[in-house]
Design a protein around this ligand. Structure first.
Ligand SMILES: [Zn+2]
Length: 561
């Protein structure tokens, strides 16, 4: 850090001046979703902006931040895959690849990276305000969408938010009402009254009920006693309420709804109201607008390269359309009703060549940001299938060997990366014995940018299953999170999240290094999945997407002259 010492002293001095000049030398609190964040060093006020160290700042918002010394970037990512990147001493920022700006540049003070609190949380879609009386910045999740749907006498309300919320319900008599409070949530929806007249509910009223702590309230006016259940989605900030008359049949998705979608949120079909393309250099952004939260799948095809985005349980409203986008690397964007039952809207993006993409959804709008991102091609990715040769790894109840499965998955990841033009180093590409200590050494000495070890998990408890990703060093955290996010979304088995572990392959690597535990080979159903070619391909695609997303924000190291 010594290269910035002089500049830091100057910055520190000006901050203190600014603080004392305004009579604001006393510590300013930062309260995120009701949590008074324990700051490593006190926040300061600079040019009217509260600046706080990033350590621990974003966790109560369900997000994580990492600082990369190589290019002095700060990367914040959350559960719905919003990725915000900004840099020390620069006011420029990128939100999912789109340029934004900060009122004050992030700065290094001592060993702490300081960011302007309100502005950085705003980029994540959160609500943030400085409160003069409390001398605190209050930051909350925002409710961005409320979608009630009625089916067969039951009511489902999907509540979309930009961060985690705590939900409390109460039934009040005379008149009968169901009160649902979203603690630490600010209401951004315009609508205040929803007529229902079904499922024992006359109407729903919404209001910003209280501040400090911030409570958004939904009141269901009832005409008979009801039962209510609440579900929180594991990979988004969606909260689903289901309300029905006491003793009546539970919520059932209407006929034609796609099977197996999370929370049955695909109740009534959403209506896709528009698809557009906005060119940006050789690439651009595709925007899909609809009347509610979209449940989508994205697939890549080759010859020619194209992306297919299937929006499940979605009726396509515009006439079938083709958007010509010549002059870019995108040949055409087509959107149409792909199947009527179940209703699936498909958007096909035909490409002149392979492009990277980041997909993001908020408030009924899906954006797919395409980027040429040739930078990723400067990377060398070390892929390490665990075990091999004399070491079969864990063996499943029906005899499947970990070493064989992870090799097959790793080769699939290699092929997907190679198709992107990203160079890959396989630590082993056949059933051979490789010493544990040699694995990180080979990755390091070959100049690999990142290291991804692929395993299948085992537990003495046969009932344990799911997917998880391990990391150890701080620069590995975002890579672990990005891969785990992808696995959690596509595999259909529990996401056990990211964890730290002092594994040799993670400890002896100074590049971002993660160990992916794809599924539990010791669990009978997971073992069956691991036998399945399609499941292996899904694992490989998830790992591949996580790696590509990471490389898009991770600088290619400088080559030695
Ligand atoms: Zn293993």
């Amino acid at each position: 850090m010594k290269f910035v010492a002089a500049a830091l002293l100057a910055v520190a001095a000006s901050w203190m001046l600014a603080g004392s000049a305004a009579g604001q030398a006393a510590g300013v609190k930062v309260v995120v979703n009701g949590v008074d964040v324990p700051l490593a060093v006190p926040a300061v006020v600079f040019n009217g902006q509260v600046m706080a160290p990033i350590a621990g700042l974003f966790e109560p918002m369900g997000a994580i931040a990492a600082f990369y010394e190589t290019d002095r970037s700060i990367v914040v990512t959350n559960r719905v895959r919003t990725t915000v990147v900004f840099w020390l001493n620069e006011t420029a920022a990128l939100v999912n690849g789109q340029p934004r700006s900060l009122p004050v540049a992030p700065a290094l003070l001592g060993s702490q990276v300081f960011v302007p609190v309100q502005a950085t949380f705003a980029l994540l879609g959160a609500w943030a305000r400085f409160d003069e009386t409390d001398r605190a910045v209050f930051v909350n999740s925002q409710i961005t969408g409320i979608t009630p749907q009625v089916s067969a006498g039951a009511l489902q309300v999907a509540v979309d938010a930009t961060g985690p919320m705590q939900v409390e319900t109460n039934v009040i008599s005379n008149p009968d009402r169901l009160v649902v409070d979203f603690i630490n949530a600010t209401l951004r929806t315009q609508e205040r009254l929803y007529a229902v007249s079904d499922a024992g509910v006359d109407r729903i009223r919404t209001a910003q009920f209280q501040v400090k702590p911030y409570v958004s309230r939904m009141v269901f006016d009832l005409n008979q006693p009801v039962e209510v259940s609440i579900t929180t989605a594991p990979t988004s900030y969606l909260v689903t309420l289901q309300v029905r008359p006491k003793g009546s049949a539970p919520w059932q998705a209407p006929e034609g709804a796609s099977k197996g979608s999370p929370l049955g949120r695909s109740a009534n079909p959403v209506k896709v109201t528009g698809v557009s393309f906005q060119p940006d250099g050789q690439a651009g952004r595709i925007t899909v607008d609809s009347t509610g939260s979209m449940d989508y799948k994205i697939r890549e095809f080759m010859f020619p390269d194209r992306l297919a985005i299937d929006v499940q349980n979605a009726v396509f409203i515009p006439v079938k359309r083709e958007i010509s986008v010549d002059g870019t690397s995108v040949v055409a964007v087509r959107a149409a009703q792909f199947t009527a039952r179940p209703p699936v809207t498909r958007i096909v993006v035909t490409l002149k060549r392979k492009l990277n993409y980041i997909i993001n959804q908020s408030a009924g709008r899906l954006t797919i940001d395409l980027s040429t991102n040739t930078a990723a091609r400067g990377h060398l990715v070390a892929i390490d299938p665990g075990h091999g040769g004399e070491d079969p790894g864990a063996v499943g109840p029906s005899g499947l060997r970990e070493a064989d499965v992870v090799l097959d998955i790793a080769l699939r990841v290699r092929d997907l990366l190679a198709h992107d033009g990203i160079r890959v180093l396989m630590i082993r590409d056949s059933d051979t014995t490789v010493d544990l200590a040699d694995r990180p050494r080979v990755a390091r000495e070959s100049g690999s940018t990142i290291y991804v070890s692929i395993h299948a998990n085992a537990s003495p408890r046969a009932a344990v299953n799911g997917t998880e990703t391990f990391f150890l060093t701080p620069q590995s955290l975002v890579l672990a999170q990005m891969i785990q996010d992808e696995l959690g979304v596509v595999l259909g088995i529990p996401s056990r999240g990211i964890k730290t572990a002092n594994f040799v392959v993670l400890r002896d690597n100074d590049i971002p290094s993660v160990l992916v535990e794809t599924a539990f080979i010791s669990h009978a159903d997971d073992e069956l999945r691991l036998r399945d070619q399609a499941f292996r391909q899904h694992v490989a695609e998830a790992v591949h997407h996580g790696i590509v997303r990471f490389l898009a924000i991770y600088p290619v190291p400088q080559q030695a002259p």
